[in-house]
Write a protein that binds this ligand. Structure first.
Ligand code: HSE
Length: 314
Protein backbone atom coordinates (compact mmCIF):
# COMPACT_ATOMS: atom_id res chain seq x y z
CA UNK A 1 0.00 0.00 0.00
CA UNK A 2 1.39 3.46 -0.85
CA UNK A 3 1.47 6.08 1.88
CA UNK A 4 -1.31 7.96 0.00
CA UNK A 5 -3.74 5.13 0.75
CA UNK A 6 -2.94 4.90 4.44
CA UNK A 7 -5.64 6.12 6.85
CA UNK A 8 -5.67 6.16 10.66
CA UNK A 9 -8.50 7.43 12.88
CA UNK A 10 -8.23 8.09 16.60
CA UNK A 11 -10.73 9.31 19.19
CA UNK A 12 -9.99 11.40 22.29
CA UNK A 13 -12.58 12.15 24.97
CA UNK A 14 -13.75 15.45 26.42
CA UNK A 15 -12.50 16.28 29.90
CA UNK A 16 -13.31 18.32 33.00
CA UNK A 17 -10.34 20.59 33.75
CA UNK A 18 -9.52 21.81 37.26
CA UNK A 19 -12.28 19.59 38.79
CA UNK A 20 -12.96 22.70 40.91
CA UNK A 21 -10.31 21.98 43.48
CA UNK A 22 -7.11 21.80 41.38
CA UNK A 23 -6.67 24.75 39.02
CA UNK A 24 -4.45 23.68 36.10
CA UNK A 25 -3.36 20.46 37.88
CA UNK A 26 -6.40 18.15 38.05
CA UNK A 27 -8.72 16.82 35.36
CA UNK A 28 -10.77 13.80 34.35
CA UNK A 29 -12.02 12.22 31.15
CA UNK A 30 -15.69 12.15 30.12
CA UNK A 31 -17.34 9.18 28.46
CA UNK A 32 -19.56 9.54 25.40
CA UNK A 33 -18.33 12.80 23.87
CA UNK A 34 -15.04 13.67 22.20
CA UNK A 35 -13.17 14.53 19.01
CA UNK A 36 -12.05 12.24 16.21
CA UNK A 37 -9.04 12.87 13.97
CA UNK A 38 -8.29 11.01 10.74
CA UNK A 39 -4.92 11.18 9.01
CA UNK A 40 -4.70 10.23 5.36
CA UNK A 41 -1.45 9.92 3.45
CA UNK A 42 -0.74 12.52 0.75
CA UNK A 43 1.89 13.04 -1.88
CA UNK A 44 4.26 15.49 -0.21
CA UNK A 45 5.52 16.44 3.23
CA UNK A 46 2.95 18.97 4.37
CA UNK A 47 0.34 18.57 7.08
CA UNK A 48 -2.91 20.21 6.02
CA UNK A 49 -6.51 20.42 7.13
CA UNK A 50 -8.74 18.47 4.72
CA UNK A 51 -12.14 18.51 6.46
CA UNK A 52 -14.02 19.66 9.53
CA UNK A 53 -17.23 17.92 10.59
CA UNK A 54 -19.47 17.42 13.62
CA UNK A 55 -20.65 20.21 15.93
CA UNK A 56 -18.14 22.71 14.51
CA UNK A 57 -18.01 23.73 10.85
CA UNK A 58 -14.80 25.76 10.71
CA UNK A 59 -11.38 25.53 12.32
CA UNK A 60 -8.18 27.48 11.65
CA UNK A 61 -6.34 26.29 8.54
CA UNK A 62 -3.06 27.86 9.61
CA UNK A 63 -1.23 24.99 11.32
CA UNK A 64 0.16 27.18 14.11
CA UNK A 65 -3.39 28.21 15.10
CA UNK A 66 -4.97 24.76 14.99
CA UNK A 67 -4.31 22.54 18.02
CA UNK A 68 -4.32 19.26 16.05
CA UNK A 69 -2.13 20.54 13.20
CA UNK A 70 0.25 22.25 15.60
CA UNK A 71 0.77 18.98 17.52
CA UNK A 72 1.43 17.14 14.26
CA UNK A 73 3.97 19.74 13.14
CA UNK A 74 5.78 19.39 16.46
CA UNK A 75 6.03 15.63 15.87
CA UNK A 76 7.14 16.07 12.27
CA UNK A 77 9.90 18.48 13.31
CA UNK A 78 11.08 16.40 16.27
CA UNK A 79 11.49 13.22 14.18
CA UNK A 80 12.37 14.93 10.90
CA UNK A 81 9.51 13.15 9.14
CA UNK A 82 9.20 13.58 5.38
CA UNK A 83 5.71 12.09 4.99
CA UNK A 84 2.80 14.50 5.12
CA UNK A 85 -0.85 13.94 5.93
CA UNK A 86 -4.29 15.34 5.21
CA UNK A 87 -6.17 15.82 8.45
CA UNK A 88 -9.90 15.33 8.99
CA UNK A 89 -11.30 16.59 12.28
CA UNK A 90 -14.73 15.55 13.53
CA UNK A 91 -15.63 17.68 16.50
CA UNK A 92 -17.98 16.19 19.06
CA UNK A 93 -16.99 18.91 21.54
CA UNK A 94 -18.35 22.43 21.00
CA UNK A 95 -15.87 25.32 20.78
CA UNK A 96 -15.26 27.35 23.92
CA UNK A 97 -17.32 24.91 26.00
CA UNK A 98 -14.93 24.23 28.90
CA UNK A 99 -15.00 20.55 27.94
CA UNK A 100 -11.39 20.32 26.77
CA UNK A 101 -12.15 20.41 23.03
CA UNK A 102 -8.85 21.92 21.91
CA UNK A 103 -7.00 19.38 24.05
CA UNK A 104 -9.05 16.45 22.67
CA UNK A 105 -8.29 17.42 19.06
CA UNK A 106 -4.57 17.64 19.83
CA UNK A 107 -4.61 14.32 21.73
CA UNK A 108 -6.55 12.53 18.97
CA UNK A 109 -4.10 13.93 16.39
CA UNK A 110 -1.05 12.71 18.35
CA UNK A 111 -2.66 9.30 18.95
CA UNK A 112 -3.48 8.85 15.26
CA UNK A 113 -0.08 10.19 14.15
CA UNK A 114 1.94 7.84 16.34
CA UNK A 115 0.26 4.95 14.51
CA UNK A 116 0.33 6.66 11.11
CA UNK A 117 4.06 7.41 11.28
CA UNK A 118 4.92 4.20 13.15
CA UNK A 119 6.36 5.98 16.20
CA UNK A 120 6.68 4.07 19.47
CA UNK A 121 6.06 7.04 21.79
CA UNK A 122 6.01 7.00 25.59
CA UNK A 123 2.99 8.56 27.35
CA UNK A 124 5.25 11.49 28.35
CA UNK A 125 6.18 12.13 24.71
CA UNK A 126 2.52 11.98 23.65
CA UNK A 127 1.66 14.39 26.44
CA UNK A 128 4.39 16.81 25.37
CA UNK A 129 3.28 16.89 21.71
CA UNK A 130 -0.39 17.28 22.59
CA UNK A 131 0.47 20.11 25.00
CA UNK A 132 2.43 21.86 22.28
CA UNK A 133 -0.74 21.64 20.17
CA UNK A 134 -3.11 22.82 22.87
CA UNK A 135 -0.99 25.86 23.61
CA UNK A 136 -2.43 27.31 20.37
CA UNK A 137 -5.82 27.65 22.07
CA UNK A 138 -5.12 28.64 25.64
CA UNK A 139 -1.83 30.53 25.32
CA UNK A 140 -0.43 28.55 28.25
CA UNK A 141 0.93 25.09 29.00
CA UNK A 142 -1.50 23.41 31.39
CA UNK A 143 -2.08 19.67 31.21
CA UNK A 144 -5.35 19.31 33.15
CA UNK A 145 -7.32 18.62 29.93
CA UNK A 146 -4.64 17.00 27.75
CA UNK A 147 -3.48 14.47 30.37
CA UNK A 148 -6.91 12.96 31.21
CA UNK A 149 -7.99 12.99 27.55
CA UNK A 150 -4.83 11.05 26.72
CA UNK A 151 -4.66 8.67 29.68
CA UNK A 152 -8.29 8.47 30.80
CA UNK A 153 -9.54 8.65 34.38
CA UNK A 154 -8.77 11.27 37.02
CA UNK A 155 -5.27 12.67 36.53
CA UNK A 156 -3.11 14.83 38.79
CA UNK A 157 -0.36 16.82 37.08
CA UNK A 158 2.84 17.29 39.05
CA UNK A 159 6.00 19.27 38.35
CA UNK A 160 8.10 18.20 35.36
CA UNK A 161 8.65 18.93 31.71
CA UNK A 162 6.24 17.67 30.52
CA UNK A 163 4.25 17.60 33.78
CA UNK A 164 4.17 14.24 35.56
CA UNK A 165 0.70 12.79 35.03
CA UNK A 166 -0.55 10.47 37.78
CA UNK A 167 -3.87 8.65 37.56
CA UNK A 168 -5.62 8.86 40.91
CA UNK A 169 -7.84 6.07 42.20
CA UNK A 170 -11.52 6.96 41.87
CA UNK A 171 -13.80 5.46 44.51
CA UNK A 172 -16.42 3.15 42.99
CA UNK A 173 -19.87 4.58 42.42
CA UNK A 174 -19.00 8.22 41.61
CA UNK A 175 -20.60 9.81 38.55
CA UNK A 176 -19.97 13.16 36.90
CA UNK A 177 -22.87 15.20 35.54
CA UNK A 178 -21.65 17.68 32.94
CA UNK A 179 -23.96 20.40 31.65
CA UNK A 180 -23.03 22.60 28.72
CA UNK A 181 -25.00 25.82 28.25
CA UNK A 182 -24.85 26.89 24.63
CA UNK A 183 -22.64 29.92 25.05
CA UNK A 184 -18.95 30.23 24.21
CA UNK A 185 -16.07 31.29 26.46
CA UNK A 186 -12.55 31.42 25.08
CA UNK A 187 -10.06 29.86 27.51
CA UNK A 188 -7.50 32.50 26.61
CA UNK A 189 -9.90 35.28 27.72
CA UNK A 190 -10.97 33.42 30.87
CA UNK A 191 -7.30 33.13 31.85
CA UNK A 192 -6.46 36.76 31.14
CA UNK A 193 -9.18 37.93 33.54
CA UNK A 194 -7.67 36.13 36.54
CA UNK A 195 -5.92 38.14 39.25
CA UNK A 196 -2.17 37.51 39.17
CA UNK A 197 -1.92 37.14 42.97
CA UNK A 198 -3.70 34.86 45.44
CA UNK A 199 -4.76 35.90 48.93
CA UNK A 200 -2.75 33.99 51.55
CA UNK A 201 -5.84 32.73 53.40
CA UNK A 202 -7.37 31.46 50.13
CA UNK A 203 -4.07 29.78 49.26
CA UNK A 204 -4.10 27.88 52.57
CA UNK A 205 -7.77 26.88 52.20
CA UNK A 206 -7.19 25.71 48.62
CA UNK A 207 -4.07 23.74 49.57
CA UNK A 208 -6.04 22.02 52.34
CA UNK A 209 -8.84 21.26 49.88
CA UNK A 210 -6.63 19.67 47.17
CA UNK A 211 -4.66 17.72 49.78
CA UNK A 212 -7.84 16.41 51.40
CA UNK A 213 -9.35 15.66 48.00
CA UNK A 214 -6.39 13.51 46.91
CA UNK A 215 -6.32 11.77 50.31
CA UNK A 216 -10.08 11.16 49.97
CA UNK A 217 -9.53 9.51 46.58
CA UNK A 218 -6.85 7.18 47.98
CA UNK A 219 -9.00 6.39 51.04
CA UNK A 220 -12.15 5.87 48.96
CA UNK A 221 -13.88 8.36 51.25
CA UNK A 222 -16.80 10.07 49.44
CA UNK A 223 -17.65 12.30 52.38
CA UNK A 224 -14.08 13.65 52.49
CA UNK A 225 -14.05 14.16 48.72
CA UNK A 226 -17.32 16.09 48.99
CA UNK A 227 -15.96 18.35 51.76
CA UNK A 228 -12.86 19.11 49.70
CA UNK A 229 -14.30 19.59 46.19
CA UNK A 230 -14.28 23.40 46.56
CA UNK A 231 -12.72 26.30 44.67
CA UNK A 232 -11.90 29.36 46.79
CA UNK A 233 -9.66 31.08 44.22
CA UNK A 234 -10.82 30.74 40.60
CA UNK A 235 -14.59 30.14 40.77
CA UNK A 236 -15.32 33.48 42.51
CA UNK A 237 -13.50 35.29 39.72
CA UNK A 238 -15.08 33.44 36.79
CA UNK A 239 -18.60 32.62 37.95
CA UNK A 240 -20.01 35.87 36.51
CA UNK A 241 -19.20 34.56 33.00
CA UNK A 242 -21.94 31.92 33.27
CA UNK A 243 -25.55 33.11 33.58
CA UNK A 244 -27.24 31.40 36.52
CA UNK A 245 -24.04 29.79 37.85
CA UNK A 246 -25.00 30.03 41.54
CA UNK A 247 -28.53 28.74 40.89
CA UNK A 248 -27.21 25.72 38.97
CA UNK A 249 -24.63 24.98 41.66
CA UNK A 250 -27.22 25.26 44.44
CA UNK A 251 -29.62 22.99 42.53
CA UNK A 252 -26.89 20.37 42.12
CA UNK A 253 -25.95 20.47 45.82
CA UNK A 254 -29.63 20.35 46.86
CA UNK A 255 -30.04 17.24 44.70
CA UNK A 256 -27.22 15.50 46.58
CA UNK A 257 -24.06 16.40 44.64
CA UNK A 258 -20.72 16.00 46.42
CA UNK A 259 -19.41 19.14 44.75
CA UNK A 260 -20.15 21.35 41.75
CA UNK A 261 -18.09 23.97 39.93
CA UNK A 262 -17.01 25.28 36.53
CA UNK A 263 -15.65 22.72 34.11
CA UNK A 264 -12.32 24.17 33.01
CA UNK A 265 -12.81 27.81 32.19
CA UNK A 266 -16.57 27.34 31.66
CA UNK A 267 -19.29 27.83 30.62
CA UNK A 268 -19.92 24.11 31.29
CA UNK A 269 -20.62 23.20 34.89
CA UNK A 270 -19.89 19.76 36.35
CA UNK A 271 -21.05 18.03 39.50
CA UNK A 272 -19.74 14.88 41.13
CA UNK A 273 -22.29 12.69 42.87
CA UNK A 274 -23.03 9.16 43.96
CA UNK A 275 -24.34 7.26 40.90
CA UNK A 276 -27.91 6.86 42.23
CA UNK A 277 -28.17 10.67 42.60
CA UNK A 278 -27.03 11.44 39.04
CA UNK A 279 -30.51 11.71 37.48
CA UNK A 280 -31.74 14.14 40.16
CA UNK A 281 -28.54 16.21 39.99
CA UNK A 282 -28.85 16.44 36.19
CA UNK A 283 -32.50 17.51 36.43
CA UNK A 284 -31.65 20.13 39.07
CA UNK A 285 -28.80 21.60 37.02
CA UNK A 286 -30.84 21.73 33.80
CA UNK A 287 -33.66 23.40 35.78
CA UNK A 288 -31.20 26.02 37.02
CA UNK A 289 -30.16 26.91 33.49
CA UNK A 290 -33.71 26.83 32.14
CA UNK A 291 -34.64 29.58 34.65
CA UNK A 292 -32.09 31.71 32.79
CA UNK A 293 -33.55 30.72 29.42
CA UNK A 294 -30.27 29.06 28.41
CA UNK A 295 -30.36 25.91 26.23
CA UNK A 296 -28.12 23.06 27.40
CA UNK A 297 -26.70 19.66 26.58
CA UNK A 298 -25.94 17.25 29.40
CA UNK A 299 -23.91 14.07 29.91
CA UNK A 300 -23.63 11.65 32.80
CA UNK A 301 -20.25 9.91 32.83
CA UNK A 302 -18.06 7.74 34.98
CA UNK A 303 -15.12 9.72 36.40
CA UNK A 304 -12.79 6.85 35.53
CA UNK A 305 -13.68 7.15 31.83
CA UNK A 306 -11.33 5.72 29.14
CA UNK A 307 -8.73 7.88 27.39
CA UNK A 308 -7.67 8.25 23.75
CA UNK A 309 -7.63 5.26 21.44
CA UNK A 310 -7.13 4.23 17.82
CA UNK A 311 -10.44 3.47 16.13
CA UNK A 312 -9.50 2.39 12.62
CA UNK A 313 -6.34 1.69 10.66
CA UNK A 314 -6.64 1.24 6.93
N1 HSE B 1 -7.10 24.88 33.70
C1 HSE B 1 -7.60 25.57 32.54
C2 HSE B 1 -8.29 26.85 32.98
C3 HSE B 1 -8.57 24.68 31.83
O1 HSE B 1 -9.12 26.79 33.88
O2 HSE B 1 -7.97 27.91 32.44
C4 HSE B 1 -9.15 25.29 30.59
O3 HSE B 1 -10.20 24.45 30.10
Amino acid sequence: MSSQDRTVTAFAPASVGNVGVGFDVLGHAIDGVGDRVTLTGIDGAEVCLRSVAGVVSELPRVPEENTALRALLAMQRRFDLKTGAAVGIEKGIPMGSGMGGSAASAVAAVTAAAEFWGLDLTPAQRLRFALQGEEAASGALHADNVAPSLLGGLVLCGPGDPPTATRLPVPAGIACVLVHPQIEIKTRDARRMLLPKVDLGDHVRQTMAISGFVAGCYRGDLEMIGRCLRDFVIEPQRQGLVPGFRGVQTAAMDAGALGCSLSGSGPSIFAWCAEPDAAAVRTGMLGGFSKEGVECDAWVSAVDAPGARIETVG
